[in-house]
Design a protein around this ligand. Structure first.
Ligand SMILES: NC(=O)c1ccc[n+]([C@@H]2O[C@H](COP(=O)([O-])OP(=O)(O)OC[C@H]3O[C@@H](n4cnc5c(N)ncnc54)[C@H](O)[C@@H]3O)[C@@H](O)[C@H]2O)c1
Length: 337
């Protein structure tokens, strides 16, 4: 039986694919290369020794999905495909509702038509919005304040309704905190197009000399050193969380939302310091004003993941900054180089 991995050529999806293939799992990737490239498939083959089964296409193409599900005997789906840039989602919300929400509805319809009952979905801590308390537990109220977070929250609600209507369905939304790091081989990693939105790819691009200095947005938050605190999680730990989620869904029906985070946070300056001391590379930075919409600090209560999935993070901030740097320094131009 096969796992359909939508968005499996992307950053997190490709790491999940490597891990799943290395465990002998059977899968097919569906990706439209909107934010990735065929080079990723070569890297996966290089690392695992297995050329992944791949279909180029869009999750909004129901005929294609039903064909793939039938021909490949798909039993479960891990749904990574989607857009993820918070800023862009504010400027172009319909793009996000179309790809993230409509795309997920089409996927659920195709699953229903083909009798596929298990789904793991890439959700985000963004669904919580401004913390009413920290750490976020899964029952923290959801109040996202940008269309990206709203799109994730809407898909969660749709999954929950679908499971309520059909008790035979088994679905889990994994709310990721801040994934960073790369495959330990140095052959796969995060390869954002243009100027990165996130801290770690920005740091590595400064380290490799592509960008001059890092902007640190705000040093007057009520945190350990005034800079924003986030719950960073190594992408390989995150990938393992999906394997555990699939195992859980093979034995349980219904809907669950589960945080995947370390359960503690690091400030921007702490991440810079870890990067510098582990890798021996200086990261020049400039403190800039706070950005609209940035939160001071949040991290996960990760106890539900431990209870339901027997999962917790194993890799440390040192592993994250080391693997990010190995990937970037060995591939200064990302997959294009
Ligand atoms: N990276 C993060 O910090 C983060 C945090 C929380 C949640 N997430 C979610 O996790 C998922 C994966 O994130 P990522 O960082 O790997 O992003 P990514 O952009 O690297 O990967 C997404 C993949 O989906 C593909 N894709 C997009 N739209 C598609 C469509 N309509 N049909 C087929 N393929 C499509 C892209 O080409 C890309 O390969 C996303 O849904 C994202 O919203 C990411």
């Amino acid at each position: 039986m096969t796992i359909l991995v939508t968005g499996g050529a992307g950053y997190i999806g490709s790491h999940f694919v490597c891990l799943a293939l290395s465990k002998g799992m059977k899968l097919v990737i569906l990706d439209n290369f909107d934010n990735s490239s065929a080079q990723v498939l070569k890297a996966i083959a290089d690392v695992t020794g297995v050329a992944p089964d791949f279909v180029e296409g869009d999750v909004r193409d129901k005929a294609l999905l039903t064909r793939v599900m039938t021909e490949k005997q798909v039993e479960s789906v891990v749904h990574f495909a989607g857009h993820k840039a918070v800023g862009e989602s504010t400027q172009n919300p319909l793009k996000y509702y179309d790809n993230n929400v409509y795309g997920s509805v089409v996927l659920l319809q195709a699953m229903a038509e083909c009798g596929v009952r298990k789904l793991v979905f890439s959700s985000s801590a963004t669904v919580y919005g401004v913390p009413e308390f920290n750490p976020y537990t899964e029952d923290h109220r959801k109040k996202p304040f940008n269309p990206y977070g709203q799109s994730k929250s809407m898909v969660e609600d749709i999954m929950e309704d679908a499971c309520r209507a059909d008790p035979g369905l088994a679905m889990m939304a994994l709310r990721y905190f801040n994934p960073i790091g790369a495959h330990p081989s140095g052959k796969l990693g995060e390869d954002p197009k243009g100027i990165p939105n996130n801290l770690m790819p920005y740091i590595t691009k400064v380290a490799v000399g592509e960008l001059k200095s890092l902007g640190v947005f705000g040093d007057d938050y009520d945190t350990v050193d005034g800079t924003g605190v986030r719950d960073y999680i190594h992408v390989m730990d995150l990938a393992e969380g999906h394997i555990r989620a699939l195992e859980y869904l093979s034995a349980h029906s219904g809907y669950e939302a589960v945080n995947l985070g370390a359960g503690h946070g690091y400030s921007v300056l702490q991440v810079i310091q870890a990067f510098e001391s582990v890798n021996g590379v200086a990261i020049p930075y400039d403190v800039k004003p706070r950005r609209d919409g940035d939160l001071a600090a949040y991290w996960a209560d990760a106890s539900k993941a431990l209870r339901l999935l027997n999962w917790k993070t194993r890799l440390t901030i040192d592993d994250m900054v080391r693997d990010s740097w190995v990937w970037q320094s060995e591939n200064p131009g990302g997959y294009g180089a």
